[in-house]
Write a protein that binds this ligand. Structure first.
Ligand code: PEP
Length: 256
């Protein structure tokens, strides 16, 4: 059984007060680690320590939205994987489409970060997903294959126990245009098949693949009910407890 994960990417949102209020509301809902759903929040860097302290002991885990691949040194503006751990993060999101598009991150750079994060014991949510042009040009699978191959260079089958894949079609992120249940399931099935050919059947069966892109309470059950969809990476709706909590509940009941 793959325990569903509902992860919230707060992006560059919240402040000290709203972030604490948000995690307090989630903590009340998931007061202890649960066998039926894993909840992760990814606040902006300045609030990570505060939110991690607030979430400590509850069923809410904390992750960074990005990280750098060196431990320390002259990398102005960057934050290392060790620093994320030091302030209480267990997770890091890498390869988000906004990092790929706005910051020009390549698969090679993302892979360097993935390997570094795994080497220090952080769990990784690796994001992949096609642009609208790719989908319309029937290149979705080629794009996914390229991003998976590039992002997972030199990652071993054992290390895959600490990797979660997030399939996030770029055209669905923050647009309100959600992938249909069938489009999501097709992409997830493809990704699981890729994992089987790159690693083996055990890795393919155990790796959790999240869907991300305009997940809301009204579409969560359909998406999360797909056999190869093991949770959600949620942006906008993760900022409001009244939207995020029903998505957590949908995740909880999605285990077949
Ligand atoms: C995201 O940022 O990863 C995301 C999926 O955003 P949204 O839910 O707002 O589309």
């Amino acid at each position: 059984m793959r325990r569903p994960i509902i992860a919230g990417n707060w992006k560059m949102n919240t402040c000290r007060e709203t972030g604490v209020a948000l995690v307090a509301a989630l903590k009340a809902e998931v007061p202890a680690p649960s066998d039926s759903v894993e909840v992760v929040v990814c606040p902006p860097y300045p609030y990570l320590g505060l939110i991690a302290a607030e979430a400590a002991g509850s069923g809410v885990e904390v992750g960074g939205q990005n990280a750098w691949y060196e431990t320390s040194g002259a990398f102005t503006g960057e934050v290392s994987c060790e620093m994320l751990q030091d302030v209480g993060c267990q997770w890091v999101v890498l390869g988000h489409s906004e990092r790929r598009q706005i910051n020009g991150e390549s698969d090679e750079l993302i892979n360097t970060k993935v390997r570094k994060a795994l080497s220090v014991g952080l769990k990784v949510i690796l994001c992949v997903g096609e642009l609208l042009d790719d989908r319309e040009g029937n290149r979705t699978e080629v794009v996914l294959e390229t991003q998976m191959t590039g992002g997972l260079v030199d990652v071993s089958a054992e290390q895959m126990a600490s990797v979660v894949i997030a399939y996030e079609p770029v055209w669905a992120i923050g647009t309100g245009k959600v992938a249909s249940d069938e489009q999501a399931e097709d992409a997830h099935r493809f990704l699981r098949g890729w994992l089987e050919s790159r690693f083996d059947g055990n890795v393919a069966a155990a790796t959790r693949i999240l869907y991300g892109g305009s997940v809301k309470p009204d579409n969560a059950s359909g998406l999360l009910g797909q056999p190869n969809v093991d949770g959600a990476l949620v942006g906008g709706a993760s900022l409001k407890p009244e939207l995020f909590i029903p998505i957590i509940r949908a995740g909880e009941t999605s285990v077949s």
